[in-house]
Write a protein that binds this ligand. Structure first.
Ligand SMILES: Nc1ncnc2c1ncn2[C@@H]1O[C@H](COP(=O)(O)OP(=O)(O)OP(=O)(O)O)[C@@H](O)[C@H]1O
Ligand SMILES: [Mg+2]
Length: 150
């Protein structure tokens, strides 16, 4: 298990950008952490690292946003306001992100539907606004060089 300390928002974005360079089509990233902990900001850094040239804004009302301007599609889901698992199934995000990267905010609610192969990132906020990102790999993510990315 790896922890990455990000004192500033720019550090969180920079780490997300480094992680982006290690991503492959079909990858699933689950983001966990409280309100305002940096999940959307992180997704913006990740998308920018994948060449997305539009700003990433929170999908909390629309539930899912698709960015196609990068090297591969980025599908950004926020399940915070989701009513039920059926509603999540209806979004069909795994199909939507088949050839791209799927990022899920508040993924705990849909944990049971996630593929075994995914990277969970837990965001903790310290008193001085530092974010500590804990990387929790599942499946083949355990074999990837996360330490090198961090
Ligand atoms: N070290 C840091 N890393 C990330 N964000 C930081 C940091 N310090 C301050 N911030 C600020 O915290 C806020 C994080 O907001 P963001 O929308 O990314 O959170 P979120 O986890 O997506 O929230 P929500 O659960 O409401 O979707 C931003 O305004 C960002 O500028
Ligand atoms: Mg958010």
């Amino acid at each position: 298990m790896i922890e990455v300390r990000c004192p500033d928002a720019a550090d969180t974005q920079a780490f997300a950008g480094r992680l982006a360079s290690a991503l492959r089509p079909g990858d699933v990233i689950e983001l966990a952490g409280g309100l305002g902990s940096g999940k959307t900001l992180f997704t913006g850094g990740l998308a920018a690292g994948l060449g997305v040239d539009e700003p990433v804004v929170s999908p909390s009302f629309v539930l899912v946003r698709l960015y196609r301007s990068g090297f591969m599609p980025v599908v950004h889901v926020d399940v915070y306001r989701l009513g039920s698992l059926n509603e999540f199934d209806d979004l069909d995000v795994f199909e939507l992100a088949r050839d791209g990267v799927l990022v899920i905010e508040w993924g705990d609610a849909v944990e049971q539907t996630l593929p075994e192969d995914h990277l969970r990132i837990e965001f903790a906020v310290e008193d001085d606004e530092t974010r500590v990102l804990r990387l929790v790999p599942s499946g083949t993510w355990a074999e990837r060089d996360l330490a090198g990315v961090a």
